[in-house]
Ligand binder design. Structure first.
Ligand code: SAH
Length: 218
């Protein structure tokens, strides 16, 4: 059984990670506070207990990864999440990104296509702490029509194209942050759906994600 202990050593390392993210250009204090509040080592195998506070992606189950803290902070900052906003996340993975959004007060709807990772949410340590996260097993390309429209959408896997159904599920004035494939790497884009339905596209840094794949995997 994994022990969930957040020691002074973990807290100290986490504080250093937050300082590092600040030097790398993350300036939204609400994002930094959320990262400081969440024990990232709880989301990883105990083999990574202290390494959890390195600014690195690590393997999780089903050959997937927990995103690098800088990437999580970067996407969250671009998303400009406000309290009580409805946020759709594609790619639950380790539940770390969902937790950052939930810690910031968002109402999170997260979709995962890997059954093994979806099932892991049942043992999720923060289930009672974050009742504002709702888990779904499905294909993120389809989104969640039953819960649309969303204020914000965040895609945490490399998208081959901008999923049209997700644009439909975004409310007018809403924003989507998406790492869009550009060959070997992905370009981070922020797409704003204007009130007249047209799209504004802003382009940011390059990142490297696991692929966004169609269909479910059981
Ligand atoms: N947000 C996660 C990152 C996980 S990596 C975290 O904080 O840990 C990306 C995840 O996206 C993987 O778990 C992968 O299985 C999932 N994924 C890929 N394509 C998907 C799709 N079409 N629908 C839902 N999830 C998808």
């Amino acid at each position: 059984m994994k022990q969930y202990i957040d020691s002074y050593q973990h807290k100290g390392l986490r504080k250093r990670l937050v300082d590092l993210l600040r030097t790398k250009g993350i300036s939204d204090e609400r994002v930094l506070d959320a990262i400081n509040a969440i024990p990232r080592h709880f989301f990883l195998d105990s083999a990574f207990d202290l390494r959890a506070y390195e600014d690195k992606a690590f393997p999780i189950e089903a050959d997937q990864t927990i995103s690098q803290p800088y990437t999580v902070a970067y996407q969250t900052q671009l998303l400009q999440v406000k309290k009580s906003e409805k946020v759709l996340e594609i790619g639950t993975g380790s539940i770390y990104q969902s937790s950052v959004l939930a810690e910031m007060g968002a109402r999170v709807y997260t979709i995962e296509r890997q059954k093994k990772l979806y099932d892991a949410q049942k043992d999720f340590v923060f289930r009672s702490k974050y009742p504002n996260i709702k888990f779904f097993y499905g294909d993120g390309f389809e989104g969640l029509t039953a819960f649309m429209p969303f204020d914000k959408i965040i895609i945490t896997a490399a998208a081959p194209f901008i999923p049209p159904k997700l644009i439909e599920q975004l409310r007018p004035g809403g924003m989507m942050v998406i790492p869009l494939d550009e060959g070997e790497v992905q370009r981070m884009l922020r797409i704003t759906k204007n009130t007249d339905g047209t799209l504004k596209e802003e382009s940011f840094e390059e990142f490297s994600f696991v692929p966004m794949l169609t269909g479910k995997n059981n």
